[in-house]
Design a protein around this ligand. Structure first.
Ligand code: UDP
Length: 466
């Protein structure tokens, strides 16, 4: 039985991520941060990630699984790019979320708040109709949120009329710096509509959480916070890599792929400090076979040691014998614990697709980047990596649209051997310090999380039934 002192009402918060690796990681971490400040937190996972969810061993948060209509991982590709796919997801998740909330309302800890992935803006109305409040959680950068807002409002005219775009509080952006669907009109129309729709009801939310660090994007965040209750709460990276205040928070804890942890660490341990280039294109991006070949040649010519994540579904695109021919120089794995790798002293740079989580992880761990963006928001992240934070170089594509072997070698050498590489390393260390400060006690993100929790705690104490 709970004692009188333990009985102080704490709010119960549901956290609902989209079932994608790059969305689960930050929302799971946010859940842990919220729980560390007192509230009861339930991560509501949807069925397509249920197999991996079972592996979460968290003493601080609860897990519930609701149906999204699938028990297999969802891959965002042309096969899922239809309005019917997104509508079906919405209908199934709405129905199962309503059921969950209604059941939980009858429990000892009725939930009062839903933090939902901004990809599910309909969750706000749903929560309110059931007597709860809600807030979107944006897993993209502040700059990307702002760009999508202008796209949604039509203040950014598409198709683009000029080679560059000037938007409030953002650097001048070329077509190549905008999220891919804005410049490459014609592809992924349903996904693009879903991305723009994230901003459809932000005027109605009382809180808007954004997985970024205020100090990284202060200009655009000032513009946003002057209009909406935007709260930066990032970087959402396990505490051990940042402030170390959360006990046992050593890893994300939910992986849709099986990491080859020991193989990576054993191999990295044999390498000299700063000598290895780590390469990964995240959980979704798919490279063409000719692009893979250029990459293998660029890597060989750079003469650097490399650790390359090639997911099983991509492995067949590697040139025959590449792995056998390069055992002296490199290690190819199907998945790794990226944070552990980035934090290893052997890593000298990160060749990345510039997914927002990977970008924040590299910034938070002080690793310079070779940016090779593929699609969605990655191009905007690459722009910031190079021109705003000055922690990387961006591979230029040739007339065939390929990152060719000469350019890949050049970019790797610039970071690993060049003078500018040293400057980028110095800048990376600066951002790392700022990222740690943001989540540490009294930092910009910590204060925002604290403020949110305090507000809910006051409400919980007023009603005694939160
Ligand atoms: N990741 C990992 N191991 C890998 C590759 C990626 O743990 O071998 C993690 C990485 O740390 C990041 C996430 O997967 O948190 C990928 O998210 P991101 O936003 O960078 O890219 P996405 O997969 O969404 O394109």
């Amino acid at each position: 039985m709970e004692s009188q002192t333990q009985a102080k009402p704490q709010p119960h918060i549901l956290v609902l991520p989209c079932p994608l690796q790059g969305h689960i990681n930050p929302m799971l971490q946010f859940s842990k941060r919220l729980a560390s400040k007192g509230p009861r937190v339930t991560l509501v996972a949807t069925s397509s990630i249920s197999k991996s969810v079972k592996a979460i061993a968290s003493h601080t948060i609860n897990i519930e699984i609701i149906s999204d209509g699938s028990t297999e991982s969802i891959t965002l590709d042309t096969s899922t790019d239809s309005d019917a796919f997104f509508e079906n997801f919405k209908v199934t998740v709405s129905q199962s979320l309503i059921k969950l909330i209604e059941t939980q309302k009858r429990s000892r800890h009725p939930p009062k708040f839903v933090v939902y992935d901004s990809g599910m803006p309909w969750a706000l109305n749903l929560a309110r109709e059931l007597g709860l409040d809600g807030a979107p959680f944006f897993t993209q950068s502040g700059a990307v949120n702002a760009i999508y807002y202008h796209g949604y409002k039509g203040t950014l005219k598409l198709p683009l009329e000029e080679p560059t775009v000037s938007l409030p509080s953002l650097p001048l952006l070329g077509a190549n710096d905008l999220p891919s669907f804005m410049a490459d009109t014609g592809t992924y129309r349903a996904l693009f509509r879903t991305l723009l729709n994230q901003l459809s009801n932000i005027d109605e939310a009382n809180w808007i959480f954004c997985n970024t660090v205020y100090e990284l994007e202060d200009e655009v965040l000032n513009w946003m916070t002057s209009q909406w209750p935007v709260k930066t709460i990032g970087p959402t990276i396990p505490s051990i890599y940042l402030d170390k205040r959360l006990e046992d928070d050593k890893e994300y804890g939910l992986s849709l792929f099986k990491p080859e942890v020991d193989a990576c660490l054993k191999w990295l341990d044999t390498m000299e400090a700063g000598s290895v280039i780590y390469i990964s294109f995240g959980s979704l991006a798919s490279l063409e076979a000719d692009q893979m070949e250029e990459l293998t040649l660029g890597l060989k010519n750079s003469n650097c040691h490399f650790l390359w994540v090639v997911r099983d579904s991509e492995h067949k695109k590697l040139p025959a014998n590449f792995v056998q021919e390069t055992t002296e120089k490199g290690l190819v794995v199907s998945w790794c614990n990226q944070l552990e790798v980035l934090a290893h002293k052997a890593i000298g740079c990160f060749m990345t697709h510039c997914g927002w989580n990977s970008t924040l992880e590299a910034l938070s761990l002080g690793v310079p980047m070779v940016a090779m963006p593929q699609w969605t928001d990655q191009r905007t992240n690459a722009k910031f990596i190079v021109d705003v934070w000055k922690v990387g170089v961006r591979i230029k594509l040739d007339e065939k649209g390929l990152a060719n072997k000469e350019e890949i070698e050049l970019c790797i050498r610039e970071i690993m051997e060049g003078e500018s590489g040293k400057e980028m390393k110095t800048n990376s260390v600066k951002w790392k310090k700022l990222a740690i400060e943001a989540v540490d006690e009294g930092g910009s993100s910590d204060k925002n999380i604290e403020g949110f929790v305090e507000k809910l705690q006051i409400l919980a104490n007023m009603t005694k039934i939160y």
